[in-house]
Design a protein around this ligand. Structure first.
Ligand code: FNR
Length: 420
């Protein structure tokens, strides 16, 4: 009602309300390469399209005369009741959207009680973002997303820092041990890597800095060989963009930091057995992000993790991968209520959130929409995006005849319009 009152009072929105318009507004603000990095997906972008299609195929069948005058959007996650079932998905290199973007987005989330998941690939160290969140709302909920490095010491150090920064959970992203084949980025020279952006979490880490020093002393070969095609592409990009890197060198950031990052950012040799290493090092809940197969969901429970997140990274990793929403029911059935199932990839508004929650997600993470809102209007833009999403969720719930998010189930959905 606040949003409608603002409209009646003639207050203009800070960001376009519709997703397509928001994306276009962001595109106008961003350089071609920055927009390509955020908007782009893998290959022919069939999976990114499939994520949207999967939502289009689902239909809500509302129930009437059910007294929905008081509605409850709250959910319980890891022993804490949260005001809404929303999360901010981890998005790396947010400085491409706006300088100081990590802190700005996290502050907006903090103001609305939405946990912010801080990326390993962030443009600002987690300590800085945590302080900004505390400034906006003391103790605001933050989680840390981990890209599992080929250096175990670095993994341990990042997790320790996350604990010290007040993070409430560790989200291990499992679909990016090799970077996806992204034509839009490849055509424009992979901006983040050519500029050495998005490595603040690393350059602020004592273990990483030691790795850089060692690398400078002896030409250390990568311990694991991340997929040749991807790293060859990066090496080529580094060679072809000497300008920005020379600037980095002049500004005191050694090229060795970028090269060391490329060596250690992922560990494609990871297996289920490695999770024990993390389990031994933290008592925080562990979420596995990027689980799509029901067997993997069961395996995750056996491995002692606390939640899984159904996600295909917004279609940025495998072209032709199953739509995340189509994978959700299978994972929910496999988990069978034994742990929360989180969801992302394709959430564009509150009605999408209702559909994913009805299919069994406990909470849903918003990705690209907030990166665009950040590009268009900074912290206030992200706050407005979240407010709009919460409002649409609340309205959709009420109109569907459902009093609370906790009550939502697949009973409000028509059978899927076509098989997957
Ligand atoms: C991402 N995503 C991501 N995930 C992650 O675990 N760590 C990261 O650093 C990033 N970085 C990142 C950058 C950009 C520009 C995008 C668009 C996405 C994936 C993200 O968490 C989430 O899975 C997707 O954004 C969901 O897809 P949609 O809904 O944004 O299309």
């Amino acid at each position: 009602s606040e949003i409608y009152r603002d409209g009646v009072a003639g207050r203009r929105p800070r960001i376009p309300v519709g997703y397509a318009q928001l994306e276009r507004a962001a595109q106008r603000r961003l350089s071609r390469a920055a927009f390509a990095y955020i908007a782009g997906s893998a290959g022919l972008e069939r999976t990114a399209d499939a994520n949207a299609d999967a939502f289009r195929r689902r239909r809500i069948v509302p129930r009437v005369l059910r007294d929905v005058s008081a509605r409850d959007l709250s959910v319980e996650l890891f022993g804490v009741r949260r005001p809404t079932p929303l999360l901010l998905a981890p998005i790396g290199v947010l400085e491409l959207a706006r300088r100081g973007g990590d802190a700005a987005a996290a502050r907006a989330a903090a103001a609305l009680g939405v946990p912010a998941v801080l990326s390993t690939q962030a443009s600002q160290p987690m300590e800085e973002v945590a302080a900004a969140m505390d400034d906006a709302a003391p103790g605001a909920s933050r989680w840390f997303q981990l890209y599992w490095s080929s250096s175990r010491d670095l993994v341990a150090s990042l997790v320790e820092r996350a604990e010290r920064s007040g993070c409430e959970a560790i989200v291990v992203t499992l679909d990016t041990h090799v970077l996806g084949w992204r034509p839009r980025d490849l055509a424009l020279g992979y901006l983040p890597f050519s500029r050495g952006l998005g490595i603040a979490q690393y350059t602020s880490d004592p273990v990483f800095r030691q790795l850089v020093r060692e690398r400078a002393a002896v030409a250390v070969r990568p311990r694991t060989t991340p997929t040749p095609a991807a790293l060859a592409a990066f090496a080529g990009i580094l060679r072809h963009h000497p300008g920005p890197l020379r600037e980095k060198l002049r500004s005191g950031e050694p090229l060795a930091a970028v090269e060391t990052f490329l060596d250690v950012f992922a560990d494609p040799s990871l297996t289920w057995d490695d999770l024990a290493f993390l389990r031994e090092r933290t008592r925080l809940p562990i979420v596995l992000k990027g689980v799509l197969h029901p067997d993997d969901a069961r395996r995750a429970l056996d491995a002692g993790v606390d939640a899984v997140q159904v996600s295909n990274h917004g279609g940025r990793q495998i072209d032709g991968e199953i739509a995340a929403l189509d994978a959700l029911p299978g994972v929910v059935a496999a988990i069978d209520g034994r742990a929360p199932v989180l969801f992302d990839s394709g959430i564009r508004g509150g009605a999408d959130a209702v559909i994913a929650l009805a299919l069994g997600a406990r909470a849903v993470a918003i990705g690209r929409p907030y990166a665009y809102a950040l590009a268009v209007a900074g912290e206030a833009g992200v706050r407005e995006l979240l407010r709009n999403t919460i409002a649409e969720l609340d309205i959709t719930l009420g109109l569907a005849g459902v009093r609370s998010v906790a009550e939502l189930d697949a009973g409000i959905l028509a059978p899927a319009a076509s098989p997957v």
